[in-house]
Design a protein around this ligand. Structure first.
Ligand SMILES: [Zn+2]
Length: 409
């Protein structure tokens, strides 16, 4: 546990919002870039660099996320008083890989997380959360606030006039262009607009329309499209996205977290959507990190909303998949954390209270989380299971909870 003496500043920092500071935080983000590595049973985090970003767009009324969302838990305590001043969760590809149970192998993954920049000395802890009762401390660091403050002064941050709106009390979504060349900027804007139109036509997003902001970051790629290693296609793109993540044909992500955070940090944002200029079907979404989506596919709008539920609300897939043999019990030595699936080990923590309520369709339907047997979902049809359906009432409820977290007045 080393003391953080100096915070290395981001080269992408261009401005900062300096008004209305609350008790514990500046209006900047403190970002930790790290590598997580390990095997099926254990893992560790090694810090690579710290960066200060111009914006913290989180809601000042919601510094503590109270639910169990995420494979990791982030806690920040004021050093002097011990008071918990910030708590959140996130997921990553490493946790997914651990579930695949590839014997005797080691995996490492570059990742990053952001917290609001503390004004006082604070203790940061990151835990791996395996289930409701088992968590492991992976990382602990004392953040020296005076060092952070000097770093801000040194950089003479200025208010980003462009973003003096209500980004603190709104959900801020940033679209990053990926695989669009210099000549394709208009296309990127049009593709982003299609995603926005689709999302805002869906409940519960529709009812939060006025509280959702969209931002765009366009960095041109040298080549159009994305990499598809299984087909021998490798493209030179700005965010280095790729299909075939973890060997899955349709799984598309931009796995260089430092690159996508650098791009996103130019605007206030809560969540990142990487729009990939390809007509190949696919996508991916990781809670509190990013989603990637192929924008030219006819199902793009639907897939966008499906992946959004992974990204925003830590919802699980409700479908079965014959090709994906997850060793479910190895991964879930207890009730899984996602709210829309259950293996009945502790069903009371899930939607049990809604059964026999006003909506008679809510029940226990076997087949979810890629498994035909042993995992249950709350509704016959749901966007987390199949096309042409909206979110089921349980998924909707969890998404509303997260929208409230971001937009509470
Ligand atoms: Zn559902």
């Amino acid at each position: 546990m080393s003391r953080l003496f100096c915070i290395i500043l981001s080269s992408v920092v261009i401005s900062a919002y300096a008004g209305n500071l609350d008790t514990y935080f500046f209006n900047n983000s403190l970002r930790l870039d790290f590598v997580i590595s390990g095997n099926n049973d254990t893992c560790s985090i090694q810090a690579i660099q710290w960066k200060i970003e111009p914006y913290w767009s989180g809601n000042p009324s919601s510094y503590i996320l109270h639910n169990n969302a995420g494979d990791y838990l982030v806690m920040l305590n004021d050093l002097e008083t011990g008071i918990l001043i910030y708590q959140n969760g996130y997921s990553d590809l490493f946790a997914e890989w651990q579930c695949l149970k590839q014997q005797d192998s080691i995996f490492h993954y570059k990742n990053s997380l952001r917290i609001p920049l503390p004004k006082k000395d604070s203790r940061l802890r990151i835990y791996r959360t395996y289930n409701h009762s088992k968590k492991q401390l992976l990382f602990e660091e004392i953040i020296d606030a005076s060092c952070a403050q000097k770093s801000i002064e040194k950089n003479q941050f200025r208010i980003g006039l462009h973003y003096l709106g209500n980004y603190k009390k709104n959900l801020d979504i940033v679209f990053l262009a990926e695989g669009y060349t210099r000549d394709e900027q208009k296309k990127f804007k049009a593709d982003a607009q299609n995603m926005i139109d689709e999302m805002l036509a869906w409940e519960p997003y529709k009812q939060y329309k006025k509280s959702i902001d969209f931002h765009y970051v366009f960095n041109p790629s040298l080549e159009s499209g994305t990499s598809i290693p299984q087909k021998g296609i490798i493209k030179n793109t700005v965010l280095r996205s790729s299909f075939n993540i973890l060997g899955s044909e349709r799984y598309l992500l931009a796995t260089d977290s430092y690159l996508i955070r650098d791009a996103a940090s130019l605007v206030p944002y809560d969540i990142i959507c990487v729009l990939v200029n390809t007509d190949e079907y696919g996508g991916g979404g990781i809670f509190n990190h990013h989603l990637a989506i192929s924008t030219k596919n006819p199902q793009a709008g639907f897939v966008f909303c499906h992946e959004m539920a992974h990204l925003l609300a830590f919802l699980a897939d409700e479908y079965s998949d014959d090709t994906k043999e997850l060793p479910a019990q190895a991964c879930f030595n207890g009730e899984p954390l996602q709210e829309n699936i259950s293996n009945l080990m502790d069903f009371e923590k899930k939607w049990a209270a809604l059964i026999n309520g006003t909506d008679k369709e809510i029940g226990m339907y076997e087949g979810a989380n890629y498994q035909k047997k042993g995992f249950y979902r709350p509704y016959l049809h749901c966007a987390m299971r199949e096309y042409y359906h909206s979110y089921c009432p349980v998924c909707k409820r969890v998404i509303i909870e997260m929208l409230e977290y971001y937009t509470k007045k």
